[in-house]
Design a protein. Structure first.
Length: 169
């Protein structure tokens, strides 16, 4: 079998374990598409909405930024076209540059927090961390359906203030 085709199939179906195994066996995280543009695996993962596969591919050398992130085949554009806001957040945390005026589907607050998380947790160094054998940071999403008596507005305000302070530096 062809490792590139197997990798794309595993990505499309969301099988993270198989993606890891194929990458460990030597499959490239930077396969060219039919037009010769690199980044097919990451583009497919972004469009399909597989956040963990996106993180794995970036940690294995897939480029989070295209020469122009506004082009339709860039990872960011693919996530936006697929309406995958979780992937858009992940890409921004991992260092994706958002072109001015690009509609991401995120609020200004979500954009600011994603950028802050990327800087604060060092997510933009995922490739270097993987190469050095260090563990990647784990991002925990907490969804609270019902939390009687918990004031999450204070927590949000603290995150926004910290993100603004980082933006000033």
């Amino acid at each position: 079998m062809n490792a590139a085709i197997d990798l794309i199939k595993a990505i499309r179906t969301g099988r993270l374990g198989e993606v890891k195994a194929l990458l460990d066996a030597g499959a490239s995280a930077e396969i060219h598409d039919g037009r010769g543009d690199p980044g097919l695996p990451l583009g497919v993962a972004c469009f399909m909405g597989h956040v963990e596969i996106v993180r794995e591919l970036i940690s294995r050398g897939a480029k989070v930024n295209a020469p122009d992130n506004a082009q339709p085949t860039s990872p960011l554009s693919m996530a936006i076209r697929g309406n995958r806001t979780d992937v858009v957040k992940t890409l921004i945390e991992m260092g994706a540059e958002v072109p001015p005026g690009m509609k991401t589907g995120l609020t200004d607050q979500e954009m600011m927090i994603a950028r802050w998380r990327g800087r604060h947790y060092g997510a933009t160094t995922a490739k270097a961390d993987h190469a050095s054998g260090e563990e990647q940071p784990v991002f925990e999403e907490i969804e609270m359906v019902r939390c009687y008596g918990t004031d999450t507005a204070v927590l949000d305000a603290d995150m926004i203030r910290a993100a603004r302070e980082m933006g000033k530096k």
